[in-house]
Design a protein around this ligand. Structure first.
Ligand code: PEP
Ligand code: MN
Length: 358
């Protein structure tokens, strides 16, 4: 591990670094005359834990960890050679598998939900999205239908076979939401809620983790680290745009972060062009940009009558526009030598033929 140190006159701070290195079994060596760059090497064969890195980072003297390659965190590519593949019912994310999640922003009307579900499934989506609990910026806005929304989602899964991705906002609701959801969504506004991340991790359900509104890539990965550290390896990262200074788009889709994350972590990464654009006309362009940056899938908001919905109508694609996008995705995925995982054809019910005695 390589550390950069702050300029200090305090011998006590240097002593605390030396003491910690000794306690954790590292040899400490300064690489420059001014004692500003320190190299830590293991004095024994014990594997280095990510907690070692945090202990050093917490010292007042340490400015940054320059290279942590010998103390990888659980999300690091260095911690796991093979890529994590996350399977949620028919959907597969990672290691060359691309899957589409689509549906309304929020669960509102059962008929609409069923209509959207059937349409996006025909177009190639394997998972249905829809929030029963909505993390609205204003407490006065529609907050979702709660348990009634979960019931509708379950009904639509029953009718279509689509897996369900739905958001959980409160650690106290994780168990209840996990009874219905096939994948738990942790939204941008909740990314840093450690209790929620741990509870979602402990549920054993795959987790779709969205990047916070103004979270750095490292903060995003450390949020994922909470889920992995609670024993749940099924995490899909979602870049949904970060806050920018311009109002032309709702957020800035950080395609650089998608490309970086695809290389720096073994976890699958997907793009959410809907919350990045905030405008349906720009969604297809951002979706394609996300895929070309290396995304292992997309989550897209779709609604046949966006003028009637309580949340995010302006960014919803029509079913026809989603169908066109899914066609473009299939071509791009092929170009990238990846596989677009599509729903199995719906099997008509089999009727048993009664055998008649000879
Ligand atoms: C959503 O998926 O509808 C949502 C609220 O997303 P985000 O948390 O990214 O804002
Ligand atoms: Mn939304």
């Amino acid at each position: 591990m390589l550390l950069t140190l702050k300029k200090t006159e305090s011998a006590a701070q240097l002593d605390s670094l030396r003491d910690l290195a000794r306690e954790l079994g590292y040899e400490l060596r300064f690489l420059d005359a001014g004692n500003r760059v320190a190299e830590l090497t293991r004095a024994d064969d014990r594997p280095t834990a990510p907690s070692d890195r945090s202990r050093f980072e917490d010292l007042a003297l340490v400015a940054s960890v320059l290279d942590a390659s010998d103390a990888p965190e659980l999300t690091d590519r260095a911690a796991q050679v093979e890529r994590t593949v996350v399977r949620v019912r028919e959907a597969v994310f990672g290691a060359g598998h691309v899957s589409l999640i689509a549906g309304p922003c929020a669960v509102e009307e059962l008929d609409d939900l069923l209509e959207v579900a059937r349409a996006v499934q025909r177009s190639g989506a394997t998972l249905l999205r829809g929030g029963a609990y909505k993390p609205r910026t204003s407490p006065h806005s529609f907050q979702g239908l709660g348990t009634e929304g979960l019931r509708m989602l379950a009904e639509v899964r029953e009718a279509t076979g689509l897996g369900l991705v739905t958001e959980v906002l409160d650690p106290r609701d994780v168990e209840r939401v996990a009874e219905t959801a096939d994948m738990l969504q942790i939204g941008a506004r909740s990314m840093a809620n450690a209790a929620l991340l741990q509870e979602a991790g402990a549920s054993g359900k795959p987790v779709l983790l969205k990047r916070g509104l103004a979270a750095t890539v490292r903060e995003f990965l450390l949020a994922a680290e909470y889920v992995l550290a609670s024993g749940n390896r099924d995490v899909v990262l979602c870049e949904r745009g970060v806050r920018g200074f311009d109002t032309v788009t709702r957020n800035l889709l950080d395609v650089g972060a998608i490309a970086h994350l695809s290389a720096a972590t073994h976890l699958p990464v997907i793009a959410d062009p809907s919350h990045a654009a905030g405008r349906s006309d720009l969604v297809p362009a951002l979706a394609k940009a996300g895929l070309m940056a290396g995304a292992d899938g997309l989550i897209v908001e779709v609604h046949p009558r966006p003028e009637n919905v309580h949340s995010d109508g302006a960014q919803a694609l029509s079913p026809a526009a989603f169908d066109a996008l899914a066609g473009a995705v299939a071509r791009l995925v092929e170009l990238e030598d990846k596989v677009l995982v599509t729903p199995r054809p719906q099997v008509p019910p089999v009727f048993e033929v009664e055998e008649t005695a000879p």
